[in-house]
Design a protein around this ligand. Structure first.
Ligand SMILES: [Zn+2]
Length: 171
């Protein structure tokens, strides 16, 4: 068992925790990137006390949950649902996206619509952490202190979001 002043950390990153996906973001009020893709790499880190088996959290459960989310996102166009200037029009088979005088049309099943403003690595990391918590809650994630997700957008360029379990639990 751990003492109260000790911090234990478990980190999982694997070669297959990568999703290939397209996106574009806006910068300021009048610039919108061209659509492009990344191989987004994911690392997951949790902190917490040691349990009765003297570990923080089951590595395998953490890896499998992260892999499930990675697989959902892989080979999709990532679109934000709450952007003030990008509008999404859903029809039966397609999603049409508009920004100023620009327009993109995607087959619906090739899109992954995310419930936030921008598909930046930062906001993807936060959403990923929330999904990860939902998937690992029953495996004991409530005992943890923090859950962190790091997303690498370009080689050596990581964004990270750390959420206290208390925040996740009260959402
Ligand atoms: Zn990008």
């Amino acid at each position: 068992m751990s003492r109260p002043d000790e911090v234990f950390r478990v980190r999982v990153t694997k070669d297959h925790l990568v999703f290939a996906a397209a996106h574009f973001i806006t910068i300021g009020s009048d610039f919108c990137e061209r659509i492009h893709g990344h191989n987004w790499r994911v690392a997951v880190e949790v902190t917490g006390p040691l349990d009765e088996n003297d570990y923080v959290f089951d590595f395998i459960a953490l890896r499998d949950a992260a892999q499930q989310i990675v697989n959902e996102l892989d080979h999709h166009v990532l679109l934000p649902d709450a952007h003030p200037q990008l509008t999404l029009h859903h029809s039966e088979r397609e999603i049409e996206v508009r920004y100023a005088d620009r327009r993109w049309v995607f087959p619906r099943e090739e899109c992954y619509v995310l419930p936030f403003r921008q598909t930046t690595a930062e906001l993807i990391a936060r959403w990923f952490a929330q999904r990860l918590y939902a998937l690992t809650k029953d495996a004991g994630a409530d005992q943890l202190h923090t859950l962190q997700v790091d997303i690498e957008e370009n080689f050596g360029q990581w964004a990270s979001c750390t959420l206290p379990i208390e925040t996740l639990r009260n959402k």
